[in-house]
Design a protein around this ligand. Sequence first.
Ligand SMILES: *Cc1c(COP(=O)(O)O)cnc(C)c1O
Length: 421
Amino acid sequence: MNHFEYRDSELFCEGVRLSAIATAVGTPAYVYSSATLEHHYAVFKQAFAPRDVLVAFAVKANANIAVLATLARKGAGADTVSQGEIERALKAGVPPERIIFSGVGKTESELAFAVKARVYQINVESVAELDALSRIAGSLGEAPSIAIRVNPDVGAGGHEKISTGKGDAKFGVSPEQALQLYARAHIDPHLTAKGLAVHIGSQIRDLAPLEAAFGVMRGLVERLRGDGITIERLDLGGGLGVPYFNEPDPPSPALYAGMAARVLDGLDIQLAFEPGRMIAANAGVLLARVIRIQERRGRPILVLDAGMNDLIRPAIYDAYHDIRPVQEPPPGARHEPVDVVGPICETGDTFTRNRALPPLQAGDLVAFSSAGAYGATMASTYNARALAPEVLVRGDQFEIVRRRWTLDEQLALERLPEWMK
Ligand SMILES: *Cc1c(COP(=O)(O)O)cnc(C)c1O
Protein backbone atom coordinates (compact mmCIF):
# COMPACT_ATOMS: atom_id res chain seq x y z
CA MET A 1 0.00 0.00 0.00
CA ASN A 2 1.23 3.51 -0.73
CA HIS A 3 -0.09 7.05 -0.75
CA PHE A 4 0.36 7.98 -4.41
CA GLU A 5 -3.11 8.12 -5.92
CA TYR A 6 -5.15 9.95 -8.53
CA ARG A 7 -7.62 12.49 -7.20
CA ASP A 8 -9.39 15.22 -9.19
CA SER A 9 -7.67 13.73 -12.29
CA GLU A 10 -4.23 14.36 -10.84
CA LEU A 11 -1.62 12.25 -9.11
CA PHE A 12 -1.27 13.15 -5.44
CA CYS A 13 1.26 12.20 -2.80
CA GLU A 14 -0.88 12.03 0.34
CA GLY A 15 -2.67 15.42 0.34
CA VAL A 16 -0.30 17.19 -2.06
CA ARG A 17 -0.55 17.51 -5.84
CA LEU A 18 2.69 16.33 -7.49
CA SER A 19 2.20 19.16 -10.00
CA ALA A 20 2.45 21.67 -7.13
CA ILE A 21 5.74 20.15 -6.03
CA ALA A 22 7.08 20.28 -9.59
CA THR A 23 6.15 23.95 -9.80
CA ALA A 24 7.82 24.71 -6.46
CA VAL A 25 11.08 22.76 -6.84
CA GLY A 26 11.39 21.97 -10.54
CA THR A 27 12.13 18.59 -12.07
CA PRO A 28 13.59 16.03 -11.82
CA ALA A 29 12.80 15.67 -8.11
CA TYR A 30 12.35 12.83 -5.66
CA VAL A 31 9.15 12.89 -3.61
CA TYR A 32 8.66 10.71 -0.51
CA SER A 33 5.52 9.98 1.49
CA SER A 34 5.90 10.02 5.29
CA ALA A 35 2.70 8.02 5.76
CA THR A 36 3.93 5.27 3.42
CA LEU A 37 7.32 5.04 5.13
CA GLU A 38 5.66 4.81 8.54
CA HIS A 39 3.09 2.30 7.32
CA HIS A 40 5.71 -0.02 5.81
CA TYR A 41 7.81 0.13 8.96
CA ALA A 42 4.79 -0.61 11.16
CA VAL A 43 3.63 -3.51 8.98
CA PHE A 44 7.08 -5.08 9.07
CA LYS A 45 7.52 -4.59 12.81
CA GLN A 46 4.06 -5.82 13.70
CA ALA A 47 4.39 -8.92 11.52
CA PHE A 48 6.71 -10.32 14.20
CA ALA A 49 4.56 -9.35 17.22
CA PRO A 50 4.52 -10.27 20.03
CA ARG A 51 8.23 -10.85 19.46
CA ASP A 52 10.11 -7.55 19.75
CA VAL A 53 12.56 -7.48 16.84
CA LEU A 54 15.01 -4.74 15.93
CA VAL A 55 14.09 -3.36 12.52
CA ALA A 56 17.24 -1.63 11.30
CA PHE A 57 16.42 0.25 8.10
CA ALA A 58 19.15 -0.24 5.47
CA VAL A 59 20.40 3.31 5.03
CA LYS A 60 21.87 2.58 1.61
CA ALA A 61 18.32 2.31 0.25
CA ASN A 62 17.53 5.92 1.22
CA ALA A 63 19.97 7.99 3.23
CA ASN A 64 18.13 11.31 3.45
CA ILE A 65 18.17 12.36 7.10
CA ALA A 66 14.52 13.45 7.03
CA VAL A 67 13.57 9.96 5.83
CA LEU A 68 15.80 8.36 8.47
CA ALA A 69 14.35 10.64 11.16
CA THR A 70 10.78 9.76 10.11
CA LEU A 71 11.59 6.09 10.68
CA ALA A 72 13.73 6.67 13.79
CA ARG A 73 10.83 8.44 15.50
CA LYS A 74 8.76 5.31 15.03
CA GLY A 75 11.48 3.23 16.67
CA ALA A 76 13.49 2.03 13.68
CA GLY A 77 17.20 1.35 13.87
CA ALA A 78 19.69 1.68 11.03
CA ASP A 79 21.77 -0.81 9.10
CA THR A 80 24.83 1.04 7.85
CA VAL A 81 27.75 0.16 5.57
CA SER A 82 30.06 3.17 5.96
CA GLN A 83 31.02 5.81 8.49
CA GLY A 84 29.04 8.31 6.46
CA GLU A 85 25.90 6.22 6.88
CA ILE A 86 26.51 5.88 10.64
CA GLU A 87 26.91 9.65 10.89
CA ARG A 88 23.73 10.20 8.90
CA ALA A 89 21.81 7.81 11.15
CA LEU A 90 23.11 9.51 14.30
CA LYS A 91 22.32 12.92 12.88
CA ALA A 92 18.77 11.73 12.14
CA GLY A 93 18.32 10.73 15.76
CA VAL A 94 18.83 6.97 15.52
CA PRO A 95 20.36 6.02 18.88
CA PRO A 96 23.68 4.14 18.62
CA GLU A 97 22.12 1.16 20.37
CA ARG A 98 19.93 0.65 17.31
CA ILE A 99 22.72 0.95 14.70
CA ILE A 100 24.25 -2.07 12.96
CA PHE A 101 27.52 -1.62 11.03
CA SER A 102 27.85 -4.08 8.14
CA GLY A 103 29.93 -4.19 4.98
CA VAL A 104 32.86 -5.98 3.46
CA GLY A 105 35.29 -3.06 3.24
CA LYS A 106 35.21 -1.23 6.55
CA THR A 107 38.46 0.69 6.95
CA GLU A 108 40.35 0.77 10.24
CA SER A 109 39.29 4.33 10.89
CA GLU A 110 35.66 3.45 10.19
CA LEU A 111 35.90 0.53 12.63
CA ALA A 112 37.41 2.83 15.26
CA PHE A 113 34.60 5.33 14.68
CA ALA A 114 31.94 2.62 15.16
CA VAL A 115 33.66 1.31 18.30
CA LYS A 116 33.78 4.78 19.81
CA ALA A 117 30.16 5.45 18.84
CA ARG A 118 29.22 2.21 20.69
CA VAL A 119 26.89 0.97 18.00
CA TYR A 120 24.58 -1.98 18.67
CA GLN A 121 26.64 -4.40 16.64
CA ILE A 122 29.47 -4.61 14.16
CA ASN A 123 28.99 -7.40 11.63
CA VAL A 124 32.40 -8.91 10.90
CA GLU A 125 32.91 -10.35 7.43
CA SER A 126 36.33 -12.07 7.60
CA VAL A 127 39.15 -13.39 9.79
CA ALA A 128 41.30 -10.40 8.88
CA GLU A 129 38.55 -7.99 9.88
CA LEU A 130 38.05 -9.77 13.21
CA ASP A 131 41.77 -9.43 13.99
CA ALA A 132 41.80 -5.76 13.02
CA LEU A 133 38.70 -4.99 15.09
CA SER A 134 40.13 -6.77 18.15
CA ARG A 135 43.33 -4.75 17.91
CA ILE A 136 41.48 -1.45 17.40
CA ALA A 137 39.05 -2.15 20.26
CA GLY A 138 41.92 -3.14 22.53
CA SER A 139 43.76 0.10 21.87
CA LEU A 140 40.58 2.07 22.62
CA GLY A 141 39.86 0.10 25.77
CA GLU A 142 36.49 -1.02 24.42
CA ALA A 143 34.85 -4.38 23.77
CA PRO A 144 32.33 -3.84 20.95
CA SER A 145 29.40 -6.16 20.35
CA ILE A 146 29.94 -8.16 17.21
CA ALA A 147 28.23 -10.66 14.97
CA ILE A 148 29.89 -12.87 12.40
CA ARG A 149 28.42 -12.59 8.91
CA VAL A 150 27.72 -16.01 7.47
CA ASN A 151 27.70 -16.78 3.79
CA PRO A 152 25.19 -19.66 3.74
CA ASP A 153 25.84 -20.51 0.07
CA VAL A 154 22.27 -19.80 -0.96
CA GLY A 155 21.59 -17.82 -4.14
CA ALA A 156 18.72 -15.35 -4.13
CA GLY A 157 17.69 -11.93 -5.33
CA GLY A 158 16.12 -10.25 -8.26
CA HIS A 159 19.36 -9.86 -10.22
CA GLU A 160 22.85 -11.39 -10.07
CA LYS A 161 24.37 -8.04 -9.13
CA ILE A 162 22.28 -7.91 -5.95
CA SER A 163 22.67 -11.56 -4.91
CA THR A 164 25.08 -11.75 -1.96
CA GLY A 165 24.66 -15.18 -0.38
CA LYS A 166 26.30 -17.58 -2.87
CA GLY A 167 29.49 -19.28 -1.71
CA ASP A 168 31.62 -17.36 -4.20
CA ALA A 169 30.19 -13.92 -3.35
CA LYS A 170 32.46 -11.49 -1.55
CA PHE A 171 30.32 -11.39 1.60
CA GLY A 172 30.83 -13.25 4.88
CA VAL A 173 32.49 -16.51 5.83
CA SER A 174 31.39 -20.13 5.38
CA PRO A 175 29.19 -21.64 8.10
CA GLU A 176 32.10 -23.76 9.38
CA GLN A 177 34.43 -20.79 9.52
CA ALA A 178 31.72 -18.73 11.24
CA LEU A 179 31.66 -21.22 14.13
CA GLN A 180 35.43 -20.96 14.54
CA LEU A 181 35.43 -17.18 14.31
CA TYR A 182 32.56 -16.84 16.74
CA ALA A 183 34.31 -19.12 19.25
CA ARG A 184 37.46 -17.06 18.87
CA ALA A 185 35.61 -13.77 19.36
CA HIS A 186 33.90 -15.30 22.38
CA ILE A 187 37.16 -15.64 24.30
CA ASP A 188 38.68 -12.38 23.02
CA PRO A 189 38.67 -9.81 25.85
CA HIS A 190 38.45 -6.95 23.31
CA LEU A 191 35.28 -8.24 21.68
CA THR A 192 31.80 -9.12 22.90
CA ALA A 193 30.51 -11.96 20.75
CA LYS A 194 26.76 -11.52 20.45
CA GLY A 195 25.52 -13.23 17.37
CA LEU A 196 25.56 -14.30 13.76
CA ALA A 197 24.35 -12.31 10.76
CA VAL A 198 23.19 -13.19 7.26
CA HIS A 199 21.97 -11.24 4.23
CA ILE A 200 21.60 -13.19 1.00
CA GLY A 201 20.42 -10.64 -1.53
CA SER A 202 17.88 -8.06 -2.51
CA GLN A 203 14.51 -7.95 -4.28
CA ILE A 204 13.87 -11.56 -3.19
CA ARG A 205 10.46 -12.78 -4.35
CA ASP A 206 10.58 -16.33 -3.09
CA LEU A 207 10.73 -17.38 0.56
CA ALA A 208 12.56 -20.66 -0.14
CA PRO A 209 16.14 -19.31 -0.26
CA LEU A 210 15.48 -17.14 2.81
CA GLU A 211 14.08 -20.15 4.60
CA ALA A 212 17.15 -22.19 3.66
CA ALA A 213 19.46 -19.45 4.94
CA PHE A 214 17.53 -19.04 8.21
CA GLY A 215 17.69 -22.83 8.66
CA VAL A 216 21.49 -22.71 8.31
CA MET A 217 21.58 -19.96 10.97
CA ARG A 218 19.44 -21.98 13.36
CA GLY A 219 21.74 -24.97 12.96
CA LEU A 220 24.76 -22.82 13.77
CA VAL A 221 23.14 -21.40 16.92
CA GLU A 222 22.32 -24.91 18.09
CA ARG A 223 25.86 -26.12 17.46
CA LEU A 224 27.38 -23.21 19.36
CA ARG A 225 25.03 -23.73 22.29
CA GLY A 226 25.71 -27.45 22.16
CA ASP A 227 29.38 -26.60 22.67
CA GLY A 228 28.47 -24.44 25.67
CA ILE A 229 29.05 -21.13 23.85
CA THR A 230 26.45 -18.45 24.50
CA ILE A 231 24.83 -16.62 21.60
CA GLU A 232 22.08 -14.06 22.08
CA ARG A 233 21.35 -12.56 18.69
CA LEU A 234 20.58 -13.41 15.08
CA ASP A 235 20.62 -10.68 12.44
CA LEU A 236 18.64 -12.01 9.50
CA GLY A 237 19.37 -9.20 7.03
CA GLY A 238 17.08 -7.56 4.53
CA GLY A 239 16.17 -8.48 1.01
CA LEU A 240 12.41 -8.91 0.95
CA GLY A 241 11.23 -7.81 -2.49
CA VAL A 242 8.57 -5.24 -3.30
CA PRO A 243 5.98 -5.08 -6.08
CA TYR A 244 7.38 -3.19 -9.08
CA PHE A 245 4.04 -3.70 -10.92
CA ASN A 246 5.35 -5.87 -13.77
CA GLU A 247 5.68 -9.12 -11.87
CA PRO A 248 3.82 -11.19 -9.29
CA ASP A 249 3.82 -9.63 -5.83
CA PRO A 250 6.55 -10.83 -3.48
CA PRO A 251 5.55 -12.50 -0.22
CA SER A 252 4.02 -10.14 2.34
CA PRO A 253 5.87 -9.23 5.55
CA ALA A 254 3.31 -11.40 7.36
CA LEU A 255 4.25 -14.49 5.33
CA TYR A 256 7.94 -13.67 5.71
CA ALA A 257 7.61 -13.24 9.49
CA GLY A 258 5.54 -16.41 9.73
CA MET A 259 8.26 -18.34 7.92
CA ALA A 260 10.94 -16.91 10.25
CA ALA A 261 8.87 -17.80 13.32
CA ARG A 262 8.43 -21.36 12.00
CA VAL A 263 12.11 -21.89 11.20
CA LEU A 264 13.28 -20.41 14.51
CA ASP A 265 10.50 -21.92 16.62
CA GLY A 266 11.61 -22.57 20.18
CA LEU A 267 14.98 -20.86 19.73
CA ASP A 268 15.32 -18.29 22.50
CA ILE A 269 17.16 -15.50 20.69
CA GLN A 270 16.91 -11.78 19.89
CA LEU A 271 16.21 -11.06 16.23
CA ALA A 272 17.23 -8.14 14.03
CA PHE A 273 16.22 -7.45 10.42
CA GLU A 274 17.65 -4.98 7.93
CA PRO A 275 14.92 -4.18 5.39
CA GLY A 276 15.65 -1.33 3.00
CA ARG A 277 13.71 -1.65 -0.24
CA MET A 278 10.63 -3.04 1.47
CA ILE A 279 10.29 0.10 3.59
CA ALA A 280 11.29 2.82 1.14
CA ALA A 281 10.83 1.74 -2.50
CA ASN A 282 7.11 2.34 -2.83
CA ALA A 283 7.26 5.35 -0.51
CA GLY A 284 8.91 7.46 -3.20
CA VAL A 285 8.57 8.59 -6.80
CA LEU A 286 10.89 10.37 -9.17
CA LEU A 287 9.06 13.25 -10.76
CA ALA A 288 10.19 14.18 -14.27
CA ARG A 289 9.02 16.29 -17.19
CA VAL A 290 8.78 15.37 -20.85
CA ILE A 291 11.28 17.54 -22.74
CA ARG A 292 10.12 16.46 -26.16
CA ILE A 293 8.81 13.60 -28.25
CA GLN A 294 11.21 12.34 -30.87
CA GLU A 295 9.33 10.82 -33.78
CA ARG A 296 10.99 7.98 -35.65
CA ARG A 297 10.06 4.94 -37.64
CA GLY A 298 8.53 2.26 -35.46
CA ARG A 299 7.68 4.05 -32.26
CA PRO A 300 8.25 7.46 -30.76
CA ILE A 301 10.84 8.26 -28.10
CA LEU A 302 9.81 10.19 -25.03
CA VAL A 303 12.76 12.28 -23.85
CA LEU A 304 12.57 13.18 -20.15
CA ASP A 305 14.53 15.65 -18.05
CA ALA A 306 15.44 12.79 -15.66
CA GLY A 307 18.30 10.54 -16.66
CA MET A 308 20.24 7.48 -15.58
CA ASN A 309 22.28 9.73 -13.29
CA ASP A 310 19.06 10.37 -11.32
CA LEU A 311 17.68 6.81 -11.39
CA ILE A 312 20.18 4.18 -12.46
CA ARG A 313 18.28 0.99 -11.67
CA PRO A 314 16.90 0.40 -15.19
CA ALA A 315 20.41 0.86 -16.65
CA ILE A 316 22.27 -1.47 -14.29
CA TYR A 317 19.66 -3.99 -13.15
CA ASP A 318 17.22 -3.86 -16.06
CA ALA A 319 14.78 -2.74 -13.38
CA TYR A 320 11.16 -1.98 -14.17
CA HIS A 321 9.55 1.20 -12.85
CA ASP A 322 5.92 1.97 -13.49
CA ILE A 323 5.65 5.34 -15.25
CA ARG A 324 2.48 7.29 -14.48
CA PRO A 325 1.36 10.54 -16.07
CA VAL A 326 0.76 13.12 -13.33
CA GLN A 327 -2.33 14.32 -15.19
CA GLU A 328 -4.66 11.33 -15.12
CA PRO A 329 -5.37 10.12 -18.66
CA PRO A 330 -9.01 10.37 -19.69
CA PRO A 331 -10.94 7.11 -19.37
CA GLY A 332 -10.41 4.98 -22.47
CA ALA A 333 -7.24 6.88 -23.51
CA ARG A 334 -5.31 4.82 -26.05
CA HIS A 335 -2.02 3.41 -24.80
CA GLU A 336 0.65 3.38 -27.49
CA PRO A 337 4.11 1.81 -27.27
CA VAL A 338 6.97 4.25 -26.71
CA ASP A 339 10.59 4.21 -25.57
CA VAL A 340 11.35 6.40 -22.57
CA VAL A 341 14.84 7.87 -22.31
CA GLY A 342 16.82 10.50 -20.46
CA PRO A 343 19.12 13.22 -21.79
CA ILE A 344 22.44 11.49 -20.95
CA CYS A 345 24.83 10.74 -23.81
CA GLU A 346 24.70 7.00 -23.44
CA THR A 347 22.37 4.36 -24.86
CA GLY A 348 22.13 2.88 -21.36
CA ASP A 349 20.17 5.98 -20.44
CA THR A 350 16.96 4.24 -21.47
CA PHE A 351 14.32 3.72 -18.81
CA THR A 352 12.18 1.40 -20.87
CA ARG A 353 11.53 0.26 -24.42
CA ASN A 354 8.23 -0.50 -26.02
CA ARG A 355 6.13 0.52 -23.01
CA ALA A 356 2.45 1.19 -23.64
CA LEU A 357 1.71 4.64 -22.25
CA PRO A 358 -1.21 7.02 -22.64
CA PRO A 359 -0.64 10.08 -24.85
CA LEU A 360 1.96 12.50 -23.47
CA GLN A 361 3.26 15.82 -24.77
CA ALA A 362 6.24 18.04 -24.21
CA GLY A 363 5.88 19.71 -20.82
CA ASP A 364 3.81 16.93 -19.26
CA LEU A 365 4.86 15.50 -15.90
CA VAL A 366 5.40 11.82 -15.20
CA ALA A 367 6.20 9.95 -12.00
CA PHE A 368 8.41 6.87 -11.79
CA SER A 369 6.90 4.63 -9.12
CA SER A 370 8.90 2.63 -6.58
CA ALA A 371 11.79 5.09 -6.70
CA GLY A 372 12.11 5.65 -2.96
CA ALA A 373 14.84 3.00 -2.56
CA TYR A 374 18.13 2.89 -4.46
CA GLY A 375 17.07 6.02 -6.34
CA ALA A 376 18.55 9.19 -4.86
CA THR A 377 21.26 7.21 -3.03
CA MET A 378 22.64 5.89 -6.32
CA ALA A 379 22.43 9.17 -8.19
CA SER A 380 25.48 10.90 -9.65
CA THR A 381 26.39 14.14 -11.35
CA TYR A 382 27.26 12.38 -14.64
CA ASN A 383 27.08 14.81 -17.58
CA ALA A 384 27.59 17.69 -15.11
CA ARG A 385 24.03 17.38 -13.96
CA ALA A 386 22.79 18.54 -10.59
CA LEU A 387 21.67 15.96 -8.03
CA ALA A 388 17.87 15.99 -7.98
CA PRO A 389 16.29 17.58 -4.91
CA GLU A 390 14.34 15.49 -2.42
CA VAL A 391 10.95 16.44 -1.04
CA LEU A 392 9.15 14.93 1.94
CA VAL A 393 5.36 15.03 2.13
CA ARG A 394 3.33 14.76 5.31
CA GLY A 395 -0.44 15.07 4.93
CA ASP A 396 -1.08 18.27 3.02
CA GLN A 397 2.39 19.71 3.68
CA PHE A 398 5.62 19.24 1.81
CA GLU A 399 9.16 20.42 2.37
CA ILE A 400 12.39 20.28 0.45
CA VAL A 401 14.61 17.98 2.51
CA ARG A 402 17.55 18.23 0.12
CA ARG A 403 17.78 21.12 -2.24
CA ARG A 404 19.22 20.87 -5.72
CA TRP A 405 23.02 20.96 -5.87
CA THR A 406 24.06 23.91 -8.01
CA LEU A 407 26.83 23.84 -10.56
CA ASP A 408 28.64 26.57 -8.60
CA GLU A 409 28.69 24.31 -5.58
CA GLN A 410 30.12 21.46 -7.65
CA LEU A 411 32.73 23.72 -9.22
CA ALA A 412 33.74 25.10 -5.82
CA LEU A 413 35.47 21.77 -5.14
CA GLU A 414 37.63 21.99 -8.29
CA ARG A 415 40.64 24.10 -9.22
CA LEU A 416 43.30 24.39 -11.89
CA PRO A 417 46.78 23.11 -10.90
CA GLU A 418 49.56 25.65 -10.24
CA TRP A 419 51.31 24.87 -13.54
CA MET A 420 48.37 26.15 -15.53
CA LYS A 421 48.28 29.47 -13.79
C1 LIG B 1 21.60 -3.94 1.01
C2 LIG B 1 21.57 -4.58 2.34
C3 LIG B 1 20.37 -4.66 3.06
C4 LIG B 1 19.05 -4.16 2.52
O1 LIG B 1 18.58 -4.90 1.45
P1 LIG B 1 17.09 -4.63 0.88
O2 LIG B 1 16.98 -5.52 -0.27
O3 LIG B 1 17.01 -3.20 0.51
O4 LIG B 1 16.13 -4.99 1.97
C5 LIG B 1 20.41 -5.22 4.32
N1 LIG B 1 21.56 -5.69 4.85
C6 LIG B 1 22.73 -5.64 4.19
C7 LIG B 1 23.96 -6.17 4.83
C8 LIG B 1 22.78 -5.08 2.92
O5 LIG B 1 23.94 -5.03 2.26
